[in-house]
Design a protein around this ligand. Structure first.
Ligand code: TPW
Ligand code: MG
Length: 543
């Protein structure tokens, strides 16, 4: 079997479900085998950044691997921002990139798509992937692929696999499935014992699950841990959507000064936050009313576990959670009885009042109440704050790395990989970056529902710097583009129109729906308002 086919089988065995790709001559031989073999379906989009966002979101949803296939240089380097996002937010994406064959690489001529050196592509990716391999010898390729795929899964971060164009069709052995990297069970058990002693001695412990919990497929175990320890569960801005369907008695999102004070107090006044697989970023904690001292927390992430200043190395998160559960009897403690419950806006009015950003969550929450939850992809902008006002529902968003342009391709990747109809939240500015990709929905038979919050501006930019004129984007009439791209557009200005458009959009299957929510520039969700007021108050206090 040739290298291309062995690689495809290995990707599938490691949890890949499809390949997001754009061809070019350095990777064409590989594409021929992708299409002819049908081992993994090929999903082609228009612009490489979108491939990266789609593969990232697919990986987040299916807890397997996301795969991107691109040509050398121009193609691969176009994915850099999206792959950097996946690296920062711990999403396992395999980048398959073409590269020159051995003979042409040393011909003395600079090749097209080459930056400075044949190796420039690999060097750039060294900064944004946790492993890089070049398959330049069929004898070593199986072991290299096996290593890269294991790194990708174990660190839950992207890897680069370079395929020299003359190697794709060379015969090669099968790729072995490597056993998990070894760790010392006794160390995990000891760490779990110490953690439990601290948790049981604490007065106001709180459990904070982060993205790794989903990446490693242990949401159910972490929910069980929360139940047995009777701990309130707080997700962060970025971890929103985690444990959404676990039915926990206390489950809310920490929004610091932008959130309900009773909920923010759960962390701000906690003597022991227990952080599992959490990225400790400023977007998660920069809005804290009190300065959080992470030394008082128990933190496990990136194969490390901390207790105060002490660090245990090589502690896989799933092994730690299992050890905690093994040492813990089922519990009927009732510490949760009087804890606050988050409130969500509902009851969108069917009238002629002007639509506001706050109506977005109200409309979707009514849907969730009546018909159940659906997966949501969100971009950056006020739409992400609207996502914080939604009832618990699976959510994929770049809450930490915060790259615009994520929402539409992510939603496409989510529906392709899960087959479930996906709701996409996006602002007009972000839509201008990648909204065009909706034109591909028809050929892949997907019909996401896009809620485009059109405030005719980069509103978040205006919030930070009101004098910036460049933030005015004008009125582009996006709903009209939808029909041209094979979807159906609805432009709505009142609450009644929005309500009817939502009903019509959910009722029609088979083509994507674009609801263009016209809201005045300067309007924002209640959560974004509290967020900017909170930030101003914190700054004033610091000054
Ligand atoms: C790739 C910086 C963050 S939010 C924002 C910008 C320019 C404006 C978003 O406008 P939009 O949403 O989509 O209309 P809204 O609700 O604020 O009006 N380039 C990239 N990523 C980021 N985050 C920026 C710039 C930014
Ligand atoms: Mg906008």
């Amino acid at each position: 079997m040739n290298l291309a086919l062995q690689l495809l089988h290995a990707l599938k065995a490691h949890g890949a479900r499809e390949i997001f790709g754009i061809p070019g001559d350095f990777i064409l031989p590989f594409f021929r085998h992708v299409e002819a073999s049908g081992i993994l379906p090929l999903v082609a989009l228009s612009h490489e950044p979108s491939l990266g966002f789609a593969a990232d979101a697919a990986a987040r949803m299916n807890m397997g691997l996301g795969v991107v296939a691109v040509t050398y240089g121009a193609g691969a380097l176009n994915t850099v921002n999206a792959i950097a996002c996946a690296y920062a937010e711990r999403s396992p994406v395999v980048v398959l990139a073409g590269c020159p064959g051995a003979v042409e690489a040393h011909s003395g001529l600079a090749l097209h798509h080459q930056v400075r050196h044949v190796d420039s592509q690999l060097r750039v990716f060294a900064e944004i992937t946790c492993d890089q391999v070049r398959l330049d010898d069929p004898a070593t390729a199986p072991a290299l692929i096996a290593r890269a795929l294991r790194s990708c899964r174990e660190f839950s971060q992207p890897v680069l696999v370079e395929i020299p164009r003359d190697l794709a069709e060379r015969e090669m052995g099968a790729v072995p499935m490597l056993p998990p990297s070894p760790f010392v069970q006794a160390a995990v058990d000891e760490c779990a014992r110490e953690w439990l002693a601290r948790i049981q001695a604490a007065e106001r412990p709180v459990l904070m699950p982060g993205v790794e919990v989903r990446r490693f497929g242990i949401e159910a175990e972490v929910a069980e841990l929360a139940r047995r320890l009777a701990l309130p569960v707080l997700t962060t801005f970025m971890g929103r959507g985690l444990l959404a369907d676990a039915g926990l008695p206390c489950h809310a999102t920490y929004l610091g000064v932008a959130g309900d004070p009773a909920i923010s107090d759960l962390l701000d006044k906690s003597d022991l936050p227990v952080m599992l697989g959490l990225i400790q970023s400023d977007s998660n904690f920069g809005i804290a009313g009190e300065r959080i001292d992470f030394r008082r927390a128990l933190v496990a992430s990136h194969r490390e576990a901390r207790i105060g200043h002490a660090v245990y190395h090589d502690i896989p998160l799933p092994a730690l959670v299992r050890a905690l559960l093994d040492q813990l009897p089922a519990s009927d403690r009732t510490r949760l009885a009087d804890l606050p419950r988050p409130e969500y806006p509902t009851g969108l009015q069917d009238d002629a009042a002007a639509l506001t950003a706050g109506d977005l969550a109200r409309g979707l929450n009514d849907r969730i109440h009546a018909h159940g939850a659906f997966p949501v992809a969100s971009d950056i902008g006020d739409c992400l704050f609207a996502a914080m006002e939604l009832l618990p529902t699976p959510l994929v968003a770049p809450g930490y790395y915060a790259s615009m342009g994520f929402g539409v391709p992510a939603g496409i990747g989510m529906q392709v990989t899960t087959g479930e109809r996906t709701v996409i939240l996006v602002g007009d500015g972000a839509f201008q970056m990648t909204g065009w990709e909706l034109g591909h929905c028809r050929r892949y038979g997907i019909d996401p529902i896009v809620l485009l919050l059109n405030n005719q501006s980069w509103e978040m930019i205006r919030a930070f710097q009101p004098e910036s004129k460049c933030a005015d984007l004008g009125d582009w009439r996006y709903a009209e583009i939808a029909d041209t791209l094979g979807g159906h557009g609805h432009r709505v200005r009142t609450r009644g129109e929005f309500k009817r458009a939502l009903d019509a959009a959910f009722a029609e299957r088979g083509r994507f729906q674009l609801i263009e929510m016209m809201v005045p520039a300067g309007d924002s969700t209640p959560t974004l308002k509290r967020f900017s007021e909170g930030i101003r108050a914190l700054r004033a206090r610091a000054a």
